[in-house]
Each structure stands twice: as structure tokens, then as C-alpha cells.
Design a protein around this ligand. Structure first.
Ligand code: KIV
Ligand code: NA
Length: 278
């Protein structure tokens, strides 16, 4: 398959082919997402904070943290369209600093596009980024970077006002030039409505089955940890079980002397050399 570009995503959307997106935070995962059948978009999500760095929320993640991981991902990423979240604080101070920070992600981490959380209020920033040639993915609905002011991680768009505001935000982002947007934790009816009204593809997470594509956090879908599992997560594998069992067996084998095997898992020296050495 060929490298996924904005054109590829447009073609997938036009032909109603669901767009697949998954997060990656390191080199091996980027390689996995780049092997057949590859995902369309690899996202270095700021969920990096919780699932990889052990931070309590995404608001503690710095731009330097993100760049460090995005660099590793880009080294392993070949075909998928590669985007990174702009961390909390990296697009909230000024337009100048937003542009400079997005440029750092492109130049230092080699990502192709950025994702920003927010609605109409960030539309001018989205426009600026798009104008200088950095593709932008929007992110509406539940905005984890605002979990404090939202009093937690809650489904959005459940009231008339909230649903209307969400739709307005989505249209503002599309108007500003976003090439796509993540729609997180909204009723499936709203996910479908937004997908029908927007010209650009919606990538849902907890937004029902009728969005233009789906995204999941890699650790959620692989089951690499046993933290909180949201309603919208499906575990497609149980890597935690396999990993824990592997570590357990290794420890056991070292303790009972069965690892390493002297014949097959050890090096040897010519006996005559060894005699001279002694
Ligand atoms: O940070 C992240 O992983 C995300 C996706 C879940 C959309 O923003
Ligand atoms: Na994110």
C-alpha cells in the first residue's frame, strides 16, 4: 500500500470506507501500525501522559515529553498519516507560540499534522496553522485537557444546548480548515448527525458506530494495563496477561537455574585457549 496522505483520507471518506486510527507512543508500536494491514492514521496522543508515563492526566504532559515520544514514533512510522496532539499549554498562550510549537513538532518530531482540542474559540488558531501548511485535526466533545473545568470525564452533547454548541464548534473547525476531527464521548445519535452534516471525516471514540472512522488508545485495545476501562473501549487482545506471565516465567527460570541453558543459550571458548587462560 502507498503512503497515506490527506488525499488518501479524502478518498476513503468519499467512498465511505471507515478510517482507522490508533495511538502510538514508541518505535515498536509505530512499526506495528505501519505493517499490513496498516492503520490509516497513527496518533501520538497526549494519552501518552496516563498510559505510558504514569501521569494522572494529560494536562501535566509537556511539549518536550510529546516531542521525545513523537520522535520515536516517527522513526518507526512509514505508511500511516502521522499526527500528534498539541499538549495542554502549547496552544493556549498566543498565536505565535502555537505556531512555533507546532513547527517544533514538524521539525523535531517529523509529524505531519497536529490535533488540537477545542471548538469555535480555537478556530482562528486552526486557520493560522493550516495557512502555514500544517494540517490540523480538530477534537470536539469530551475534551480531556479540560477535565478539571468539566468536573471530570463526562459524556458531552446530551442536552439540547450542549448538542447545539458541539455542532457549532464542529462547523467552525471545518470552516477554519481542519481536515478531520475527533468526536469523543457523545451520544451515537449526535455522532451520526455530525458526520452527516460535516464535509470532513469524523473520527469517533465513544461516538457510536456511524462516524467516518474510529480511534482507540493502543493500550486500551491491546489490554496492556488494567486501569479504568471506558464504556467505549473494546479489548481486542490481552497483552497484560501475556506480559505478566512472561515476566513471571523468566523470574522463575532464573531462580530455579533453568535459564540460561549452558548449551543453547551460552557462549563458549576453545578448550585449548581456556586451558592456557587458566
Ligand atoms: O490522546 C489520545 O489518545 C486521543 C485519542 C483517544 C483521540 O486524543
Ligand atoms: Na488526546
Amino acid at each position: 500500500r502507498k503512503k497515506v496522505t490527506l488525499n488518501t483520507l479524502h478518498t476513503l471518506h468519499a467512498s465511505h470506507t471507515p478510517i482507522t486510527m490508533v495511538t502510538a507512543y514508541d518505535y515498536p508500536t509505530a512499526i506495528a501500525c505501519s505493517s499490513s494491514p496498516l492503520t490509516d492514521i497513527t496518533l501520538v496522543g497526549d494519552s501518552l501522559a496516563q498510559v505510558c508515563l504514569g501521569l494522572p492526566s494529560t494536562t501535566q504532559l509537556t511539549l518536550d515529553d510529546m516531542i521525545h515520544h513523537a520522535r520515536a514514533v516517527s522513526r518507526g512510522s512509514t505508511h500511516p498519516f502521522l499526527i500528534a496532539d498539541m499538549p495542554f499549554g502549547s496552544y493556549h498562550v498566543s498565536t505565535e507560540r502555537t505556531l512555533a510549537n507546532a513547527i517544533r513538532l514538524v521539525q523535531e518530531a517529523h509529524i505531519e499534522g497536529v490535533k488540537l482540542e477545542g471548538g469555535a474559540e480555537i478556530a482562528p488558531l486552526v486557520r493560522k496553522l493550516v495557512e502555514i501548511g500544517i494540517p490540523v485535526m480538530g477534537h470536539v466533545g469530551l475534551l480531556p485537557q479540560r477535565h478539571t473545568s468539566l468536573s471530570g470525564y463526562k459524556v458531552q452533547g446530551r442536552s439540547l444546548d450542549s448538542a447545539r454548541r458541539l455542532m457549532k464548534d464542529a462547523l467552525a473547525l471545518q470552516e477554519a480548515g481542519a481536515f478531520s476531527m475527533v468526536v469523543e464521548a457523545v451520544p451515537k445519535e449526535l455522532g451520526k448527525f455530525m458526520t452527516e452534516k460535516l464535509k470532513i471525516p469524523t473520527i469517533g471514540i465513544g461516538a457510536g458506530p456511524w462516524t467516518s472512522g474510529q480511534v482507540l488508545v493502543i493500550d486500551d485495545l491491546l489490554g496492556t494495563w488494567s486501569g479504568h476501562k471506558a464504556k467505549f473501549v473494546r479489548r481486542f487482545a490481552n497483552v497484560k496477561e501475556a506480559r505478566d506471565a512472561g515476566i513471571h516465567k523468566y523470574v522463575e527460570a532464573v531462580r530455579n537455574g533453568s535459564f540460561p541453558d549452558p548449551e543453547t543459550e551460552s557462549y563458549t571458548i576453545d578448550p585449548r585457549e581456556w586451558e592456557r587462560f587458566l
